[in-house]
Design a protein around this ligand. Structure first.
Ligand code: NAD
Ligand code: MG
Length: 398
C-alpha cells in the first residue's frame, strides 16, 4: 500500500516443477509481485488451488471440458478468475498489455507460440522452456529484438553464464572465448552402456541432484537435455556452435562457466535449487531472497570433472550436428526427441534407442526451403518431424 505498483506476472505451466518453484519465490515477495495469469495442461485441481491462493485475472486450460470443470470449482469458491481455453489463450495472457513478466515454464515445442507472443509484445520473458528456443532459433531471437523484449534465461546453466556476464550485451562478443556448460551426467553416468537397454522410466526419472518434470528427467538421463542446452546457449549468447562446450561435473555445484579471452574463467556456484535462477530472472538486475540453502563450502568434498562419453551419450553430439545443418534442423531434432521420450515413457521404445530415433529423423528428413523463417513453417516442420520419428519408433520398437 502506497509503494511502487506491483509487477504483474503470467506463469505459463504453473502446475509443473518450474511453475511451482516460481510461485514459491513469488510468495516470498508479496509486496513486489502479483500473479496475472496461470496455465495448466491437465491438473485442474492443482490449478484451482493456485487460483484460490493467487487470485489471478486469468487461468488457462487446453480444452473447453477442462475449462468448464475449473469454472465450476472457482464459482463454488466465489473466485473472480476468468477461465480461458485453447492454445490462443496462452498467447493472449502472454502478450496482454497489463502483463510485465512472463515465466515460460511449459514443456516442449507447445510453448513456442506464447513465447513468441510475449517477445513480440516486448515483455520480460523468463525462459525455462528451452524447447521453444531450440525450435524457434533465429525467428525467436528476431522477435525478442524487434519486440524490444528482455530475454532472461532460467535454465540453471544459462542463468549461470548470464550472471557471469556484464549487463551490457554489446560487450559480450569481445569478452568471451567460449563457454562451458556443466552437466551432472544424470543417473547413468557410470552404468555399463550395454545395460542401458533395460532402463525403465522410473530409473530414468530418478535424477541424482534435481527433482524435475518427467520429460527433462529423461532428457538428463540421455544427455539430450545438454544437447538442447547447447543449442539454447548458441542463441542466447550469440556464439558459434564450437564455442559452446560441455563438461560433466557430477556434483552440480558449478552451474556453468565463461572462459574469457584472457583465459580468466568466471563461474557461478550454488546449491542445486531452481529458485536461484528463477529469483534472478524475476528481479534482474536486482537480487532477492530465493529460499535456497546457502552453499556450505566446508561440507563440499570435491568438485570433479569428466569428459562426456560419446558411447554412453550418443545424443549429445547431435546438438552440433543440427546447428551446423540447414536452418530448422534443431526443430527437427527437438520434435524427434519429444516423440522418442514420450514413446519411452509409454513403454513403446527402449531407452537406448532414443538417440537413434533422434539421429535417424535428423538424417532422413529434408527440410523445405524457408521452413525456419516463420512460425507456421516451423510448426509444419515440427509436425513433419513428429511423423517421421513416430514411424521410426514403430520400426525400432521395444
Ligand atoms: P513439468 O512437466 O513439471 O511441467 C510442465 C508444465 O507445462 C505443467 O504445468 C503442464 O501443465 C504444462 N504443459 C505440459 N504440456 C503442455 C502443453 N502441450 N501445452 C500447454 N501446457 C503444457 O516440467 P518442468 O520440469 O517444470 O519443465 C518445464 C520447462 O522448464 C521445460 O522446458 C524444461 O526443460 C525446463 N527446465 C526445467 C527445469 C527443472 O528443474 N524442472 C530446469 C531447467 C529447465
Ligand atoms: Mg539446465
Amino acid at each position: 500500500p502506497g509503494g511502487a505498483p506491483r509487477h504483474r506476472v503470467t506463469v505459463l505451466g504453473s502446475t509443473g516443477s518450474i511453475g511451482t518453484n516460481t510461485l514459491d519465490v513469488l510468495a516470498r515477495h508479496p509486496d513486489r509481485y502479483e500473479v496475472f495469469a496461470l496455465s495448466a495442461h491437465s491438473r485442474v485441481d492443482e490449478l484451482a488451488a493456485q487460483c484460490a491462493r493467487w487470485r489471478p485475472r486469468f487461468a488457462v486450460l487446453p480444452t473447453p471440458e477442462l475449462g468448464r470443470a475449473l469454472s465450476e470449482r472457482l464459482r463454488a469458491e466465489g473466485l473472480a478468475t476468468e477461465v480461458l481455453t485453447g492454445a490462443a489463450a496462452l498467447e493472449q495472457v502472454a502478450a496482454h498489455p497489463e502483463v510485465d513478466s512472463v515465466m515460460a515454464a511449459i514443456v516442449g515445442a507447445a510453448g513456442l507460440p506464447p513465447c513468441l507472443a510475449a517477445a513480440r509484445a516486448g515483455k520480460r520473458l523468463l525462459l525455462a522452456n528451452k524447447e521453444a528456443l531450440v525450435v524457434g532459433g533465429q525467428l525467436f531471437m528476431d522477435a525478442v529484438r524487434e519486440g524490444g523484449a528482455t530475454l532472461l534465461p532460467i535454465d540453471s546453466e544459462h542463468s549461470a553464464i548470464f550472471q557471469c556476464l556484464p549487463e551490457d550485451r554489446t560487450t559480450w562478443a569481445q569478452r568471451i572465448d567460449h563457454i562451458v556448460l556443466t552437466a551432472s551426467g544424470g543417473p547413468f553416468r557410470q552404468r555399463d552402456p550395454a545395460s542401458l537397454r533395460e532402463v525403465t522410466p522410473e530409473q530414468a526419472c530418478a535424477h541424482p541432484n534435481w527433482v524435475m518434470g518427467r520429460k527433462i528427467s529423461v532428457d538428463s538421463a540421455t544427455m539430450m537435455n545438454k544437447a538442447l542446452e547447447v543449442i539454447e546457449a548458441r542463441w542466447l549468447f550469440d556464439l558459434a556452435p564450437r564455442d559452446v562446450r560441455v563438461v560433466i561435473h557430477p556434483q552440480s555445484i558449478i552451474h556453468s562457466m565463461v572462459v574469457c579471452r584472457d583465459r580468466s574463467v568466471l563461474a557461478q556456484l550454488g546449491t542445486p535449487d531452481m529458485r536461484v535462477p528463477i529469483a534472478y530472472g524475476l528481479a534482474w538486475p536486482e537480487r532477492i531472497e530465493s529460499g535456497a540453502e546457502q552453499l556450505d563450502f566446508l561440507s563440499l568434498k570435491a568438485l570433479t570433472f569428466e569428459e562426456a562419453d560419446a558411447a554412453r551419450f550418443p545424443g549429445l553430439q547431435l546438438a552440433w550436428t543440427a546447428l551446423e545443418a540447414a536452418p530448422g534442423s534443431t526443430a527437427v531434432l527437438n520434435a524427434a526427441n519429444e516423440i522418442a521420450v514420450e514413446a519411452f515413457l509409454a513403454g513403446r521404445l527402449r531407452f537406448d534407442r532414443i538417440p537413434a530415433v533422434n539421429a535417424g529423423t535428423l538424417e532422413s528428413l529434408s527440410i523445405p526451403a524457408g521452413a525456419a523463417g516463420s512460425l507456421e513453417g516451423l510448426l509444419e516442420l515440427d509436425a513433419m518431424a513428429r511423423r517421421h520419428a513416430t514411424e521410426l519408433v514403430a520400426r525400432l520398437g521395444v
